[in-house]
Design a protein around this ligand. Structure first.
Ligand code: NAD
Length: 439
C-alpha cells in the first residue's frame, strides 16, 4: 500500500521505517532538507535502537524513499500520515502551525482521493478542523476530490520506539466510517499487527485517549516521587514501597521508579496542553494535573538542593560530574530533561560541570553553552578530581560502570543517584557517600 509520511522526526521516521519493512511503499517528506539528504544516504537522523538497520534494509528493498518535494509527497500515498511536531504555545496549548502547513501542502497538490491519518498529538476536535481546512482549500481549487480524516494517535516510547510500533499494546483508530476502519486495519494487519490489538473509537475519543494516557503515566511518576519524598522523611525506603504497591496487579509495576523527575518531548508538553485545552474548550480546571506538573518541576531540583545542603551552599568552584543528559536512556532526546535544570543551577552557582552522555551530547550542546560546561567523551575524565557525581540518566553503561577508586579518582567521594539505579551497598563498601531519593 502506498503511504506518505509527513515529518521525519521520532514518530514519522519510526512509522515510515516500520511500515516499509513490512513491504508497504513509503515516501517520507520533510521541510528540513538536511534531514532528507542524510536519510537518502541511509543515515538515521535520530538515535533509536534498531532503526538504522531497518532503514538500510528498507532502502535496499526499495520500500522507502525520501523527498523534500511536497507535490511528489502529496501524490504518492493514498494514506497521508501527519507526523509533524505540535510544540507548546505560550498559553500551553499546542501550536498547530506545522499541522496547518502540512495539511495545506496536501490539499493544494493532491490529485486523487486521500486518507489523512493524524499521528501528531492534537487538541480534541482537531479531526473535524482538519476536514474543514481540506473542504476550504479544495473549494478554492474548485475540486471535489474525496478526503477522509482519521485520528491515529501514537503511543511509542523513545528508546524502544521500533519495538513499540511493531508490537504495540494497542492501535487506536478514531473514525466512525466503516470504510476507513477497514482501510486502516488493512494497513496495520500487513505490518503484522494482530487484529485484536486494533481498537476503533470516535475521533474525539481517540484524540483524548492520547492526552489521557500521557497524563496518567505522568501522574503515576509524580505520585511515586511524592511518596518517595515522604518515605525519606519518615525513614522508609521507596524502592521497597514501590515493590510493595507495584505487585498489586490493579496498580502495576511500571512507572513506579522514583527519581529526579520526568522530561521528554511529550509528558511536560501534553500535560500543559491538556490543562490549557480543558480550560479553553470545557471551562474545566484540571487540578490533579496542575499538581502533577508542580511536583515534577520541584523534583527536577531535588538533587541540586541535596548537593547544596551537603556543601552548605558553597558550590562555587566545585567540579561536578554529571552522567546522563538525555531525558531517559536509549535516546538522544534532551527536550525538557532534568539534566537541563540541574546543570543550569550548578553553572549559575559557579560550579565547573563536566558531563557525559553516550548519545545526547550533540543535542545538549545546542541548549547550554558555558565556559564552565565541559563535554567529555571519556566517562572517567568527568570524575577525575570531582567533588561529586550526579547521575541523571540510567544508561546501562553507568549502572555497570567500574566505580573503583582508581577508575574514578574523585576528590570527594559523593555520588548522587537520581534514578535509584546504582548499588548502594557496593558503593558504600568502596568508600563512597551515597545520596539518593526516597530513603
Ligand atoms: P519531531 O520534532 O521529532 O519531528 C517533527 C518533524 O516534522 C521535523 O523533522 C520537522 O522538520 C517536520 N515538519 C515540520 N513541519 C513540516 C511540514 N509542514 N511538512 C513536513 N515536515 C514538517 O517531532 P516528534 O517527536 O516526532 O513528534 C511528532 C508528533 O507526535 C507530536 O505531535 C508529538 O507530540 C507526537 N508524539 C511524539 C512522541 C515521541 O515520543 N516523540 C510519541 C507520541 C506522539
Amino acid at each position: 500500500m502506498k503511504i506518505s509520511v509527513i515529518g521525519t522526526g521520532y514518530v514519522g521516521l519510526v512509522t515510515a521505517v516500520c511500515f516499509a519493512q513490512a513491504g508497504h511503499d513509503v515516501l517520507c517528506f520533510d521541510i528540513d532538507k538536511k534531514k532528507i539528504s542524510k536519510l537518502l544516504k541511509g543515515e538515521s537522523t535520530i538515535y533509536e535502537p534498531g532503526l538504522t538497520d531497518l532503514l538500510k534494509n528498507s532502502i535496499k528493498k526499495g520500500t522507502i524513499n525520501f523527498t523534500s518535494d511536497v507535490k511528489v509527497s502529496a501524490n504518492h500515498g493514498l494514506y497521508q500520515f501527519l507526523c509533524v511536531g505540535t510544540p507548546q504555545s505560550t498559553d500551553g496549548s499546542p501550536n498547530l502551525k506545522y499541522i496547518n502547513a502540512a495539511i495545506k501542502g496536501i490539499a493544494n497538490n493532491m490529485e486523487d482521493r486521500k486518507i489523512i491519518v493524524n499521528k501528531s498529538t492534537v487538541p480534541i476536535g482537531m479531526t473535524n478542523i482538519v476536514r474543514d481546512i481540506f473542504s476550504n482549500e479544495l473549494a478554492k481549487r474548485n475540486s471535489d476530490l474525496e478526503v477522509d480524516v482519521v485520528s491515529n494517535p501514537e503511543f511509542l516510547r523513545e528508546g524502544s520506539a521500533v519495538n513499540d510500533f511493531l508490537y504495540p499494546d494497542r492501535v487506536v483508530i478514531g473514525s466512525e466510517s466503516k470504510k476507513v476502519q477497514k482501510e486502516m486495519s488493512a494497513l496495520y494487519l500487513q505490518a503484522g499487527i494482530p487484529k485484536k490489538k486494533i481498537i476503533f473509537m470516535s475521533e474525539k475519543s481517540a484524540e483524548l485517549t492520547k492526552y489521557a494516557a500521557n497524563a496518567f503515566l505522568a501522574t503515576k511518576i509524580s505520585f511515586i516521587n511524592e511518596i518517595a519524598n515522604l518515605s525519606e522523611s519518615l525513614g522508609a525506603n521507596i524502592k521497597e514501597v514501590a515493590i510493595g504497591i507495584g505487585t498489586d496487579e490493579r496498580i502495576g509495576k511500571s512507572f513506579l521508579n522514583a527519581g529526579c523527575g520526568y522530561g521528554g518531548s511529550c509528558f511536560p508538553k501534553d500535560i500543559d496542553a491538556l490543562i490549557a485545552i480543558s480550560k479553553k474548550d470545557a471551562k474545566k480546571d484540571l487540578k490533579i494535573l496542575k499538581e502533577v506538573r508542580a511536583i515534577n518541576n520541584k523534583q527536577k531540583t531535588v538533587l541540586f538542593r541535596k548537593l547544596k545542603k551537603i556543601y552548605k551552599g558553597n558550590i562555587k568552584g566545585l567540579k561536578i560530574a554529571v552522567w546522563g543528559l538525555a531525558f531517559k536512556p536509549n535516546t538522544d532526546d534532551v527536550r525538557e530533561s532534568p539534566s537541563i535544570d540541574i546543570i543550569n543551577s550548578l553553572i549559575t552557582s559557579g560550579a565547573k560541570v563536566h558531563v557525559h552522555d553516550p548519545e545526547a551530547m550533540d543535542e545538549f550542546k545546542k541548549l547550554i553553552k558555558s565556559p564552565n560546561l565541559k563535554f567529555c567523551n571519556d566517562i572517567s575524565a568527568t570524575t577525575e578530581l570531582a567533588d561529586a557525581l550526579i547521575l541523571v540518566t540510567d544508561w546501562d553503561e553507568y549502572i555497570n560502570y567500574d566505580f573503583s577508586k582508581k577508575n574514578m579518582k574523585m576528590n570527594n567521594m559523593k555520588i548522587f543517584d537520581g534514578r535509584l539505579c546504582l548499588n548502594k551497598q557496593n558503593l558504600e563498601d568502596i568508600g563512597y557517600e551515597y545520596i539518593s531519593i526516597g530513603s
